[in-house]
Design a binder for this molecule. Structure first.
Ligand code: IYR
Length: 226
């Protein structure tokens, strides 16, 4: 039984007619199928207000016990972007020259990636998404209050962020420079935060290309139990 100490409010339904839901679902399937990860960005600026709107759209994601255990660091400062690029490329150089096994390098060949990450400076924004593994207690700073299902929660927010970026006509890359501990120190993040994803956001370069790869079919990804 719900505890009467806590308030519940009516849910406001979309009120969409079933036919409209069918149309919208088909439309989303087509629109989202056009989303691609981009590595070739334009330096064309994107207003800060757009980034704030997209982050707040993503921050409506569900999370364990509604803890919203994420911080989106929105970086447009050129000196910081250069620092992040330099640190990421240092790690990636090692990855591509010995740390990644041959099979992994082979799997990546179709994407044309290498250790160089110029997009980290070219894209107008890089969003560094941190997961917050606990919260410091307001009354007792030595006490750590747990967050729950942190990875799942931040993953959901990240997915919604990528979708919002696409819906708004921009492009992104889901980037995981590895290891990425350097992001916490470059951005001066607190002890309770761990880097989760680095997401450059902007417009595609005019001559941008993407790998000719296929998505799985409905038959491959859905198991129906009707
Ligand atoms: N982190 C490296 C390697 C890399 C790994 C995977 I799995 C990718 O899907 C793409 C790249 C890099 O960013 O190049």
């Amino acid at each position: 039984m719900a505890d009467s100490t806590y308030k519940f409010i009516p849910y406001v339904s979309s009120g969409l007619a079933p036919a409209e839901t069918e149309t919208r679902a088909r439309q989303l399937r087509l629109e989202w199928a056009a989303r691609r990860s981009l590595r070739m960005f334009s330096s064309r600026p994107v207003p800060r207000s757009v980034i704030e709107d997209l982050i707040m759209a993503a921050s409506s994601a569900p999370s364990g016990a509604n803890k919203q255990p994420w911080t989106f660091c929105a970086v447009s400062n050129p000196a910081l972007k250069a620092q992040i690029r330099e640190a990421a490329e240092k790690e990636e150089y090692e990855n591509y020259h010995g740390r990644m096994p041959g099979e992994w390098l082979q799997d990546l060949r179709q994407f044309g990636t290498d250790w160089q990450k110029p997009f980290l400076e070219i894209a107008p924004w890089i969003i560094v998404l941190f997961k917050r593994i606990y919260e410091k207690d307001d009354q007792d700073p030595s006490k750590k209050n747990n967050n729950y299902y942190v990875t799942e929660s931040v993953g959901l927010a990240a997915g919604m962020f990528l979708t919002a970026i696409h819906q708004a006509g921009l492009v992104s890359l889901t980037h995981t420079p590895s290891p990425m501990n350097f992001l916490g120190s470059v951005l001066g993040r607190p002890e309770n935060e761990r880097p989760f994803l680095l997401i450059p956001v902007g417009y595609a370069a005019d001559d941008a290309v993407v790998p000719a790869i296929q998505r799985k079919s409905a038959e491959e990804v859905i198991a129906w139990y009707e």
